[in-house]
Write a protein that binds this ligand. Sequence first.
Ligand code: ARG
Length: 452
Amino acid sequence: MNKKLWGGRFNKKTNPLVEEFTESIHFDYKLAKCDVLGSLSHVEILKKSGYLKPEEAKKLSKALNSIYDSIENKNFKFDKTSEDIHTDIQNKLYKKVGNLALKVHTARSRNDQVLFATKLYCKYSILSLQESMVIFMKALVKQGEDNKEVIIPGFTHMQHAQPVYLKDYLGAYLEMLFRDEARLEYIYNHLKITMGSGALAGTPIKAGDYQIKASELVKKWKIGGISNLESPINSIDTVSDRDFIIEIISVLSIIATHLSRLAEDLIIWSTQEFDFIEIDETFCTGSSLMPQKKNPDVLELIRGYAGRLYGNLVSVLTMMKGLPLTYNRDMQLDKEPLFNSFEIVSNELKVLSGLIKTLKFNKQRINECLKDESLYATDLVYYLVDKKIAFKDAHTIVGRLVKYSTDNNLKIKDMPENTLKKFSEEFIKADIIKLFDPRVSVESKKSILRKK
Ligand code: ARG
């Protein structure tokens, strides 16, 4: 059996069922590198505060660095019988340097370790997610640019509303992603990486010894803009706090919502009835029974996974709501939802980038749909408003005209001028005919400050 980080006050062996039930190494192994970086930092702090001699610190750092490298090179073998990753790394260190390893836990609790490693993991994961977001956003921009002349029918309530530029439609998703980006940025900048909470009450090491620059600790820890290590302002709050996990899963849930809505739009557009887009075969799957099928399963899973994200968020919120301060073992259960949420959204962004890049728009079919006169009804209202008719009256006039047109299966464009004049004296056929044009319609909207 692997050595535990505790045990002195116990006479009996832990029941194997308890060991199995309480272990977390099968998921927190993902924190391995971050935990080693935490120990490397702690060694520096112990040296600074005089708990470790410089040569001891050097020996420990060397051993920890070699553990880090073995994790990076995938040579590291997790011992599944360890209680968690923090225990496992401590045991690995013991194998390398013997009793000296026992000094690393001076003035440190696993509560401190868990927080350090989880927060660092969050920082790394936010950075890599942002990279995937940029790739995805570039794919959206490129589709918009490649189809910058394309106009599509816009919908409200899933009914034909007004024509809009395809690039503006895709741009709407870009805006959502910009906001998500800003949300992540905020969390990243406010996520303080601390040490010195101990189990809950702080440690005998003075606050100043914890306040060191990331770059002074270890080169490997120095990634773009990462904040310095800090001592806690309130150690009780620090070890009790999982707000950052809730915030991150919230933002990831919002991103998942945005991707799910895009997925839904694309699913609708890909139906035979709409036929606005062609999803590349490489991003579709087939049916075992119906040979004709080319299904948008990727998009359906993106829609489906949003539910998983919300579940993850609710599970952490619910887990936290009744906990007395400070650390309680319930909190071990924050990691799977966190890791899982990052993984889902990052995979979604990657697969969706490829799908967007290879998407083809069926312009002929889209143009066919743009012939629907109802899309220009609002433009007819503005026409009458320009002739000084009150908006409400103009709205009623055009409403009646549209109803007459559908009831009599007669296009407005094909109505003689005297029929039009029965609805309003202001209608001049030669003028209104020009309004049934998608380009005229979109270009008449002047309120939009489009980004360049
Ligand atoms: N694996 C645990 C976790 O992630 C370790 C923390 C145990 N801490 C303690 N004070 N017993 O939460």
